[in-house]
Design a binder for this molecule. Structure first.
Ligand SMILES: [Zn+2]
Length: 251
C-alpha cells in the first residue's frame, strides 16, 4: 500500500498525497504551489494525478504541475479536465504505484464524478463529507443517493479521504435531524477538541459516518420522521435523502 498524507490548500481543501518510495500521486490538486513545495521538501517525483471532478478547487493546479513535469492525469471522461491522459467512466481497475485501485462512478455533485478505491481507502472528492455530503450541482437526488449507498456498502473500517474539512460545520445539521442521537453529540465534542488542537478530522471512517451522518441514515426511523417533517412526501430512501439535502441547503 502507498503512504497517504494531506496537503492543505485554500481555506478548507485537502489534496491527498500518495507515495511509495520516491514516487507520488496527488488527488484533486486545486493548487499547484503547495504540491510542488511538498514534492521538493520530501524529494518526491510526481508520477500522476487523480481527479474526482471538474471543479476548479480540484483541478486548478494541474497546469502548474504539468509545467513542472509531464505525468499521467486520470480523470472523468465526461467532464472538462486540463491535461487528461486517462479518461475514466467508472468500473476501471488501475494499478497505481503497485497498488490496485478501482474506479467508482459516483454521480450527484457533478455528473461525471469519480471515486478511487484503494485497499481500505476511498478518495471520494465532494461526494461524502464528515457528517454531510456534497451539494447536487448537476445530478439528481436519486443519483446521489445511489452513489452514497454504493459507498455505504463498503466495509465499516474503510477510511474516507474526502476533499474538504467540513465535519465541524456539518454536525449541527446532523444534530437537528437527530437531536437524540448520542453518537452525534459525542462526535461534536470529539471534533471540537480535534479542531482546537489543529487536527484534521479527515480521513473519516465509514463506520463513524454510518452512526452520525444523516445522509447515510435515510432508513433510520428518526431520520425518516425528521425528513417527513421537512418536506419528504414518503419514507423511501431517495425521497428522504432529497428532503434532507434540500433542508441542508437552507439550514
Ligand atoms: Zn466540487
Amino acid at each position: 500500500m502507498f503512504e497517504i498524507s494531506l496537503i492543505p490548500a485554500f481555506k478548507d481543501n485537502y489534496i491527498w498525497l500518495l507515495r511509495r518510495g520516491r514516487q507520488a500521486f496527488v488527488v484533486d490538486p486545486g493548487d499547484a504551489a503547495p504540491v510542488l513545495q511538498r514534492l521538493a521538501a520530501d524529494d518526491l517525483e510526481l508520477a500522476g494525478i487523480l481527479i474526482t471532478h471538474h471543479h476548479a478547487d480540484h483541478q486548478g493546479g494541474i497546469a502548474g504541475l504539468l509545467a513542472h513535469r509531464a505525468c499521467d492525469v486520470f480523470a472523468p471522461a465526461e467532464e472538462s479536465i486540463t491535461g487528461r491522459t486517462h479518461p475514466l467512466r467508472g468500473g476501471e481497475r488501475l494499478e497505481l504505484l503497485g497498488v490496485a485501485v478501482e474506479v467508482l462512478a459516483v454521480p450527484g455533485h457533478t455528473l461525471g464524478h469519480l471515486a478511487y478505491l484503494a485497499p481500505g481507502a476511498l478518495f471520494c472528492g465532494d461526494t461524502l463529507f464528515g457528517a454531510g455530503c456534497g451539494r447536487l450541482f448537476e445530478g439528481t437526488p436519486a443519483q446521489m443517493s445511489a452513489s452514497l449507498e454504493r459507498i455505504a456498502a463498503l466495509p465499516d473500517a474503510t477510511r474516507i479521504y474526502c476533499a474538504h474539512e467540513y465535519t465541524q460545520m456539518n454536525l449541527p445539521f446532523a444534530q437537528a435531524v437527530e437531536p437524540d442521537n448520542p453518537d452525534i453529540a459525542a462526535r461534536i465534542q470529539r471534533v471540537a477538541a480535534a479542531r482546537v488542537a489543529g487536527q484534521a478530522t479527515v480521513p473519516l471512517t465509514l463506520g463513524e459516518e454510518q452512526l452520525s451522518n444523516p445522509f447515510l441514515r435515510c432508513r433510520e426511523p428518526a431520520v425518516i420522521a425528521s425528513a417527513q417533517a421537512n418536506g419528504a412526501r414518503d419514507a423511501s430512501p431517495v425521497e428522504v435523502f432529497a428532503a434532507l439535502r434540500a433542508w441542508r441547503n437552507v439550514f
